[in-house]
Design a binder for this molecule. Structure first.
Ligand code: APR
Length: 236
């Protein structure tokens, strides 16, 4: 029997309890760094070295962090559901927690890509976490962080929209729904499909009940609550 398709859209909040800063909470990344200098196409053109250094620091921080229980519960749900993770996060915590189908909308911190050929991507390993504007890939191209900067297209958006459109259950977790097109995924859910939104400080969303269930909690607590709800629903 085919497993129901559970599609989840995760943001920085799911990694908060792993000790990784979100962007817009108090003390968040964009309070401490000028976002248009370190995460925009113009900023990268103006000062690529600053951008490389910003992502080198985030990569160094990431390797000391671990997936938290929210990532793990999500990975365990694959036993009973056909789970697809669509994430705005560039960390690899979903991968390390064991989720098997992950679509990164905003890139991946542990990879770098060719400046001239966006299809050419190389993984960064634990021994070579730092990149500079002079870093070259194995093919000789100059390389850049494999991050989707502001002012750049989101190449995996079409895939993400198709997945959300096929979802039997849609979950949004730990995102302020500030950034489009990712935030728009909510509107690709078919009518009548349940939407669960897990966030301790949820943004207000236009879709109303009975389709939307707000779980006002942190990710780990919220995923435990969601797991119990799904169990009850499964048992009819
Ligand atoms: N558990 C769950 N959610 C949390 C937690 C937690 N422990 N702590 C904070 N949150 C929630 C906040 O309430 C907020 O809704 O996580 C969300 C974080 O919002 P943002 O910092 O805006 O992060 P996100 O929505 O992922 O940002 C989207 O913006 O700058 C770009 O590319 C960047 O992918 C990022 C995008």
């Amino acid at each position: 029997m085919e497993k129901p398709k559970l599609v989840i859209s995760s943001g920085a909040g799911i990694s908060a309890e792993s000790g990784i800063s979100t962007f817009r909470d108090a003390g968040g990344l964009w309070e401490n760094f000028p976002v248009m200098e370190v995460c925009s196409a113009d900023g990268f053109a103006r000062n690529p070295r600053l951008v490389h250094e910003f992502y080198n620091a985030r990569r160094k921080d990431l390797i000391s962090k671990q997936p938290n229980e929210a990532h793990k519960i999500l990975a365990e749900l694959e036993k009973d559901y056909d789970v697809y993770v669509i994430t705005q996060n560039v960390d690899d915590l979903h991968e390390r927690a064991g989720s098997s189908k992950i679509v990164h909308l905003h890139g991946e911190l542990m990879k770098m890509r060719s400046v001239t050929n966006p299809e050419y991507v190389e993984p960064l390993d634990i021994l070579h976490l730092e990149t500079t504007p002079e870093t070259r890939g194995k093919n000789g191209d100059f390389m850049r962080p494999h991050i989707v900067f502001f002012q750049e297209a989101v190449p995996n958006m079409a895939i993400a929209q198709d997945l959300v459109h096929e979802a039997d259950i849609f979950v949004v977790i730990g995102t302020s729904l500030n950034v489009y097109p990712a935030a728009g995924l909510l509107h690709d859910v078919r009518p009548g499909i349940p939407i669960y939104y897990i966030d301790p400080n949820p943004a207000n969303i236009t879709i109303t009940s009975p389709q939307v269930h707000i779980i006002k909690a942190k990710a780990t607590e919220g995923m435990r609550i969601l797991r119990d709800i799904l169990k009850k629903t499964d048992n009819g």
